[in-house]
Design a protein around this ligand. Structure first.
Ligand SMILES: Nc1nc2c(c(=O)[nH]1)N[C@H]1C(S)=C(S)[C@@H](COP(=O)(O)O)O[C@H]1N2
Ligand SMILES: [Mo]
Length: 313
């Protein structure tokens, strides 16, 4: 029997334009079943394409900004559990044990559940090219692989009184030497309002550039919330809890005058020690203007209607 290639199933031009359309949406579904489901119809049974879609699916984000190199994404890291020096994280995290791994989802849910990594990978993985804007005024463009957090939260059925989601990183000072530092209240904790957590742009990432996450990027699973400063995107998650009260993050506890709960990217609101008006694009040797909600305002501004964005939240 002759081999079937994707171009036999879909005319080449239609296949390509569908790809670029979805890349423009910031998402490329990785499985063929999900590809056909993307149009809003039921997945059509049929032969699977011989190959997975290539990753990355585009060389730029939807605004035309070039992807940051894999080299830079995996060697310039903030992961205080390993080191405060970005250049040292990859080396110190090299032997970090990411398997077996479980993520416990608990708290105000009807159906608490512990997910193994294989359960997380069973959610259809999509590619999302997102800008990552660190509060330190630098940024990258990263092609993540992952799936919407909303899909996992729906499975555990949040109770009506659940208002926030609290995330926790692994606590293991033997493996993570930075956790021996008394200056921070380990483990790393972050939080989102439930509607932010359920937003379509919020993903749990399991990979980038088509490969599983490396330890320095938060293996085996980390949060990515592209319209917020990078510190909200907590790495190496072991516990997700649905709660009633606003969680206190590691940064809110360590430096309450500098880091708040919402941390939405906002060029108009300076950090107490530096301006947020521009950012250094890693690998490009240039500064660009920072945009409100990191450029995702059209999708997320409605979440904050009536809130005073001039504050450092
Ligand atoms: N557990 C944990 N998660 C974390 C951090 C950290 O120190 N510990 N740093 C945050 C910060 S400040 C940023 S900018 C991003 C960096 O992600 P990257 O190294 O994959 O680019 O991770 C975030 N998640
Ligand atoms: Mo950051």
């Amino acid at each position: 029997m002759p081999k079937i290639s994707p171009s036999d199933i879909t005319p080449e031009h239609a296949y390509l334009s569908r790809r670029s359309f979805m890349a423009g949406m910031g998402a490329l579904l990785v499985s063929s079943v999900a590809l056909s489901a993307c149009g809003g119809q039921d997945p059509t049974p049929g032969p699977a394409p011989a190959t997975m879609p290539p990753s990355p699916s585009a060389n730029t984000d939807e605004l035309g900004q070039r992807l940051t190199s894999y080299e830079a994404v995996s060697n310039y890291n903030n992961f205080y559990e390993f080191s405060l020096r970005k250049e040292d994280v990859a080396r110190l995290a090299r032997d970090f044990k990411t398997s077996p791994w479980t993520v416990e989802v608990a708290g105000l849910v009807h159906n608490p559940k512990t997910f193994g990594l294989e359960d997380l990978l069973a959610f259809t993985q999509e590619e999302r090219v997102y800008r990552l804007r660190c509060v330190e005024a630098w940024s990258m463009v990263i092609p993540w692989l992952g799936f919407p957090l909303a899909r996992l939260l729906k499975e555990v059925e949040p109770m009506t009184k659940a208002r926030y989601v609290r995330f926790e990183t692994l606590y293991d000072p033997e493996q993570m030497p930075g956790q021996k530092s008394p200056f921070y209240g380990w483990p790393y904790v972050e939080g989102l309002r439930l509607d932010e957590a359920m937003h379509e742009l919020t993903i749990l990432a399991t990979g980038l550039y088509g490969s599983p996450l490396l330890p320095q990027n938060g293996a085996p699973v980390r949060l990515v919330v592209p319209w917020k400063y990078g510190f909200k995107s907590i790495k190496s998650i072991v516990r997700i809890e649905l709660v009633e009260e606003m969680p206190v993050s590691l940064w809110m506890a360590s430096a309450p005058r500098e880091y708040g709960f919402f941390a939405n990217v906002n060029p108009e609101v300076s950090h107490p020690r530096w301006s947020q008006a521009t950012e250094r694009l890693i690998g490009e040797g240039k500064r660009i203007r920072t945009t409100l909600f990191n450029g995702y305002g059209e999708q997320v501004a409605h979440l904050y209607e009536g809130m005073d964005l001039s504050q450092w939240y």
